[in-house]
Design a protein around this ligand. Structure first.
Ligand code: SDX
Length: 428
């Protein structure tokens, strides 16, 4: 029997059940609140509201803990591959060698795009925002896979669309970039890893195949691992909400792209580089910039800092910061933006404004410098965040259907005009 919470209002009492998670988190179950009291709770931004129970990812924001299916992100980052972590996030266990080989074969078999899609890419302006193209083409995949527009959670009816999306998102990203710079599409190579194939499709030329340094391919794969899932963040919640109407996996992840695009969410990795470049190119004193970010009257934020859940260092930021040094050293790059980033971090870490608000670097603070070093164009950064997050979106969409959750339909407290009569035009 669960511990109960008692709600008392205007002399009436209601006992509410509690739900205790496997890590000791406590949620008060209010599913019967309105039926029994006529009242609802109010929590704009959902900072205090759990939308579901989930087995996929655990975050302890106070301690800077992130685990996928019980495995610490630090271990997955050091010992796993993006394909292995993808399988883990999707199916709940680390794959055997046979399972991984079959999974990678399924992904490999779906690497290309239907040639009919070429005209979609060519129909967009060269300066089309890549996240708009990504969302559009993910939705368009539904047009070529109408037999997969189901809410299946088991067997090929789920594993095939999941593999298609996880695999094809690379080609969509690469074709988006190459179309924007007037380059022909580069077909995938069956002999390359998931991440190696992505880099090949992005950067190879017809007579000059791109061969990444091992450090670069490893860093790119690590970037994807670190973005694989992050419990009920804005875009994952969007995928769940859209999927809760029983919309297809294609349209649900396409909606997730839209949410991720925002500069407060996945778009922050792009904004961080714009911020660091602005500081560097305009000779802005980083101290001055930090002061602007603290000033409520300025619209300046220290992009890449702060997090709704982490009230200590985002563990992913720590790992990325270490990787950036490795990749820059391997590529013999000396990026002044890294020095500025480290200076901003050092200042913010000792500034009461940031310390009192528990504002630390998040996953986006160093990721852009890594992508820049690899040669990814800044306008593609958030697209790469989406590639990494695809397993998490799909795993959450599937879990929601396994739990047969009802359509998401929040309530509201109405604060507008009360009843009034129509006023004829002559009397207005
Ligand atoms: C991601 O949810 C996830 O898990 C997301 C993510 C994932 O993997 O899916 O981790 C990925 O989206 C990371 C976050 C990337 N966004 C940014 O880096 C943008 C900059 N950060 C902020 O916009 C902000 O910190 C958020 C959006 C990340 C969090 O916003 P909250 O939780 O709504 O916090 P808030 O805006 O209410 O801030 C609380 C206080 C405010 O000051 P006061 O009103 O208390 O005086 O902190 C201040 C804010 O002004 N603040 C900042 C700041 N972030 C918060 N001040 C300056 N610079 C910042 N970056």
């Amino acid at each position: 029997m669960s511990e109960k919470a008692t709600l008392e209002y205007k002399g009436k009492k209601l006992e509410l059940e509690s739900v205790v998670g496997s890590e000791g988190e406590v949620g008060i179950d209010i599913t019967q609140l309105r039926a029994k009291t006529g009242m609802i709770t109010l929590d704009p931004g959902y900072g205090n509201t759990g939308s579901c129970t989930s087995d996929i990812t655990f975050i302890d924001g106070e301690k800077g803990i992130l685990r996928h299916r019980g495995y610490a992100i630090e271990e997955l980052a050091e010992k796993s591959s993006f394909m292995e972590t993808t399988f883990l996030v999707l199916y709940g266990h680390l794959p055997s060698a046979g399972e991984l080989s079959t999974f990678e074969g399924d992904i490999r078999s779906e690497a290309g795009l239907h040639y009919g899609m070429k005209s979609h890419f060519e129909g967009f302006p060269d300066d089309a925002p890549p996240m708009a193209v990504l969302s559009a083409i993910l939705n368009a995949l539904a047009c070529y896979n109408t037999e997969l527009l189901t809410t299946a959670t088991e067997g090929p009816a789920f594993t095939v669309p999941a593999a298609k999306i996880i695999s094809k998102v690379r080609a969509i990203a690469a074709w988006t970039y190459r179309t924007s710079v007037g380059k022909p599409f580069m077909p995938p190579r069956p002999d390359l890893s998931y991440t190696g194939n992505f880099l090949h499709m992005m950067f190879s030329e017809t007579f000059n195949l791109y061969e990444p340094l091992p450090e670069v391919e490893r860093a790119m794969d690590l970037f994807f691992i670190l973005h694989a899932d992050h419990e009920q963040n804005c875009s994952t919640s969007t995928v769940r909400l859209v999927g809760s109407s029983r919309a297809s996996l294609f349209s649900s992840v396409a909606a997730g792209v839209g949410a991720l695009w925002g500069p407060l969410h996945g778009g922050a990795n792009t904004e961080v580089i714009k911020m660091l470049t602005n500081i560097h190119e305009n000779g802005i004193d980083p101290k001055e910039y930090v002061e602007q970010a603290k000033d409520k009257n300025s619209d300046v934020k220290l992009m890449g800092f702060g997090h709704r859940v982490y009230k200590s260092f985002d563990p992913r930021a720590k790992i990325l910061k270490g990787q950036v040094d490795n990749v820059l050293k391997a590529l013999k790059i000396d990026d002044p933006l890294l020095d500025i980033a480290k200076e901003l971090e050092e200042m913010a870490r000792s500034d009461p404004y940031f310390v009192e608000r528990n504002l630390y670097p998040n996953v986006d603070f160093y990721s852009g410098i890594l992508l820049r070093a690899i040669g990814i164009p800044v306008e593609m950064f958030t697209v790469l965040f989406a590639i990494g997050r695809m397993p998490g979106w799909i795993a959450n969409w599937r879990e929601m259907h396994v739990q047969s959750l009802r359509i998401n339909r929040p309530r509201q407290i109405y604060t507008g005009e009360t009843l009034r009569s129509y006023v004829p035009m002559a009397d207005r």
